[in-house]
Design a protein around this ligand. Structure first.
Ligand code: VG1
Ligand code: CO
Length: 544
């Protein structure tokens, strides 16, 4: 009996424009009539589905399971040959990236809104990753968006749900569905990169850690790798069961949202090391006993010490960072005599550099670090590289940071987020700011003088593609810097991100709290953009 495929008549639905990493909307919007289907059909129309193999999985948030069934039925109706799905429709973003590469598939669909809360009235998201395992580049997401504006029908198979709880091979209207353990291949990759015996010995010697998966997708990965394979004591992994609403948590690993971890690490009973990861497992926050590691510093420390891990013992080809990330990693690249690259925000910009062998390690100030082992940022990878470094150097996180700053100087750094601003107000502020740029050089603000100001544009050194308007940056003569950007991942109004940086060479860098050290830069940031006048906000919602 031939399977029955329905061509459902539909019409374009406005607002299906993928942002920094895929399409994110409120869950009820995604669950609305034709919404998910239109976007998925647009993906297949752009990348082609006939005879293809894809990876499918998500971060387990509300609607993850049902969306997976819809995507499978549509893949079958569009003629895909095979889909490899994580058991329970679960896959972390880095694990999905790895499976795409390992199985040499034609790409993958990841269901996630990353750090955005999940639940019936929270956020849902869908992103497409390319055959290299990385997020679709702008040209592809733009084509998908254009397709959503002209779509008139989508294809779906009439069939029952596939039992995604059962590992093994299933048939869906002639398409193969392979349900796999979401952790196994990823854990093997980690074991190949890092010195597991050294880390195991460290745990056996009484080293204690707190790994907070924030009720999101990292839990099963962290439990298997840290507790089962590396012998960390039971209970090291907390909030380790993925829940559809993330237990009401906001799975964004930063000092504000991972407050329980911060409190623990600054308490008398603090373990040696703490870490948290985000909704889809691609980000990490790392905390030492009584010391917070800023993501920009984490990238620099990882780059400087990566050779201590077996997977990187041959050294790094280069280090890439997003433009708003501090220049701390650049100093390491200079010292190592390797290439350094500055890209726009979003992991998709690192893909070409990694594929071309120009960079080995990449990072963003937003708690994302990763390497050429996959084409996504990877939260647990960063945690394991830190553990590997701690196991070899046998020093505390605080000592490692202090030695780093003593050698390279310190880039004081902070990001201030102003959330849910009315879009028109944010746009007006940026229009005025952009209009003022030409007049800024030479201007004195709060004891500092502006040296240069521009709107960051990036020409990809590999394929030459150009991305404009990637953030307004103001550079001062003393090396301080302010960057202004609007978030591309929010789903409510606009989120203004202000990135603040100040460099202190030498030992001076060891003494201050970052917010204190940055005080003049923060005042200048408010003065230059008129944040209060345009948005009515004087203090940020989140400081990282
Ligand atoms: C944010 C971060 C950015 C990151 C992106 C996706 O984007 O700032 O660095 O790449 O999230 O990360 P935006 O446009 O809101 O600033 V994730 O963990 O959501 O896949
Ligand atoms: Co994420």
């Amino acid at each position: 009996m031939s399977p029955h495929i329905t061509n459902v008549q539909t019409a374009p639905i406005v607002g299906q424009k993928p942002g920094t990493s895929g399409l994110r909307k409120k869950t009820p919007v995604f669950m609305g009539r034709h919404y998910l289907e239109n976007f998925v059909q647009s993906i297949f129309d752009v990348v082609g589905a006939k005879g293809r193999t894809f990876i499918l999985g998500g971060d387990g948030r509300y609607f993850n399971d049902r969306a997976a069934q819809v995507i499978l039925r549509m893949a079958a109706a569009n003629g895909a040959a095979r889909v490899i799905v994580g058991q329970g429709a679960i896959l972390s973003t880095p694990a999905a990236s790895h499976l795409i590469r390992l199985n040499q598939t034609d790409g993958g669909i990841i269901m996630s809104a990353s750090h955005n809360p999940g639940g019936p009235n929270e956020d849902f998201g869908v992103k497409f990753n390319m055959p290299n395992g990385g997020p679709a580049p702008e040209g592809v997401t733009e084509a998908m968006f254009q397709r959503t504006t002209t779509i008139t029908e989508y294809k779906v198979l009439e069939a029952q749900d596939v039992d995604l709880g059962r590992i093994g091979r299933h048939d869906l209207g002639g398409m193969i569905v392979d349900v796999v353990n979401p952790v196994t291949d990823y854990a093997a990759l980690m074991e190949a990169l890092f010195d597991f015996p050294a880390i195991r010995a460290m745990f056996a010697g009484g080293f204690r850690m707190w790994m907070d998966s924030m009720c999101a997708v990292t839990g099963p990965y962290a439990t298997e790798i840290l507790e089962n394979r590396l012998g960390a004591e039971k209970g090291t992994c907390v909030n380790a069961i993925p829940l559809p609403d993330f237990g009401g948590m906001h799975p964004d690993p930063n000092p504000t949202w991972a407050k329980a971890l911060m409190d623990e690490m600054f308490s008398d009973a603090a373990p040696d090391f703490g870490a948290a990861s985000d909704g889809d497992g691609d980000r990490n926050m790392v905390v030492g006993q009584g010391i917070y590691v800023s993501p920009s510093d984490s990238l620099a420390v990882l780059a400087a010490n990566a050779h201590l891990a077996p997977g990187y013992k041959a050294g790094l080809k280069g280090v890439a960072r997003s433009m708003p990330t501090s220049a701390a990693a650049d100093r390491v690249a200079d010292a190592l005599g390797i290439g350094k690259y500055e890209t726009p925000t979003g992991w998709k910009f690192f893909g070409n550099l990694l594929d071309a062998g120009k960079a080995t390690i990449c990072g963003e100030e937003s708690f994302g670090t990763g390497s050429d082992h996959v084409r996504e940022k990877d939260g647990l990878w960063a945690v394991l590289l830190w553990l590997n470094i701690l196991a070899v150097r046998k020093q505390s996180v605080a000592t490692i940071l202090q030695e780093h700053w003593a050698k390279y100087g310190r880039n004081y750094y902070s990001r201030h987020d102003f959330e849910a601003i009315a879009t028109d107000k944010a746009d007006a502020m940026f229009a005025a700011l952009r209009g003022s740029l030409a007049g800024l050089p030479g201007k004195a603000v709060d004891g500092m003088t502006v040296q240069a100001a521009d709107d960051f544009a990036y020409a990809d050194p590999v394929d030459g593609s150009v991305s404009i308007k990637q953030g307004v940056r103001v550079l001062f003569q003393d090396g301080s810097r302010i960057v202004y950007r609007l978030s591309g991942t929010g789903t409510e109004g606009a989120t203004l991100r202000v990135y603040l940086e100040r460099y202190a060479p030498g030992p001076d860098g060891l003494e201050h709290d970052a917010q204190d050290a940055l005080a003049p830069v923060i005042r200048a940031a408010h003065a230059l953009a008129g944040i209060a006048a345009y948005t009515g906000r004087t203090t940020p919602d989140v400081v990282t």
